[in-house]
Design a binder for this molecule. Structure first.
Ligand code: MN
Length: 223
């Protein structure tokens, strides 16, 4: 676990807890129940089997144990309607779990003049995203165009049913999704955890997630 995720949650006034790698369902159910919100972080490529496809030669390393753990966590979190924030692999996981598909290798399947896999340092923006006005993300960010970093091998191909895309890169790639049926289900393809120290918009994403978790815990409305 890179420290940026934890620091950004702390910066928002939350208490971050890193979960143990386990597939024990009663344990995962208890962990979801004990937490006020769940952040699904970046990581390895998701097994294409989870969206009904076979693995292409360009698909990256798969961590079966993590795929299984996170699909269970997502299912339990949805059942409890816990606030959920997805980052990078997180947006891909949400889309797959909700019925969408992914590009297994963006550079070959969807060539673009934009850089989606930047070189370090990762706190430097490399492309813009256009944000849907009136969306949850739009309300959080308060801007229609922002500059973001980009470090993702895969990306959303077919958007899951009932999901809303709420940010796009200028090449049309989906960079954020939300789901109106859940209390707070928001995910972004970029990495605000690398930028939150110097970029207040990145920190705002974590602030809104922690606020949603707090408001839900208190039984108060969030918008
Ligand atoms: Mn990107």
């Amino acid at each position: 676990m890179l420290p940026g995720y934890m620091k950004a949650i702390e910066g928002a006034g939350g208490i971050p807890i890193m979960l143990p790698l386990t597939n024990d369902e009663p344990v995962l159910e208890q962990l979801v129940h004990a937490c006020d919100g769940l952040l699904f972080t970046g990581g390895h490529d998701i097994n294409p089997r989870l969206y009904g496809q076979s693995r292409s030669g360009k698909c990256g390393t798969i961590i079966e144990e993590r795929d299984e753990m996170e699909t269970k966590l997502f299912t339990f979190s949805c059942r409890e309607n816990k606030p959920m924030l997805g980052i990078c692999r997180g947006i891909q996981l949400f889309n797959v779990m909700l019925g969408g598909t992914l590009y297994q290798d963006v550079p070959t399947e969807r060539p673009s003049p934009l850089t989606h896999v930047q070189k370090p340092p990762y706190d430097i923006p490399v492309h813009e995203v256009h944000i849907e006005e009136g969306s949850l993300l739009g309300k959080i960010v308060g801007e229609s165009i922002i500059s973001v970093n980009s470090y993702h091998h895969q990306a959303i191909k077919e958007l899951a049913p009932h999901c809303h895309a709420t940010a796009w890169a200028s090449d049309g790639l989906i960079e954020a999704i939300e789901h109106p049926d859940y209390h707070y289900l928001l995910a972004v393809q970029w990495h605000p955890e690398f930028m939150h120290i110097n970029d207040h918009i990145s920190q705002k994403l974590f602030n809104s997630f922690i606020e949603a978790a707090y408001m839900q815990k208190q039984g108060l409305p969030f918008d």
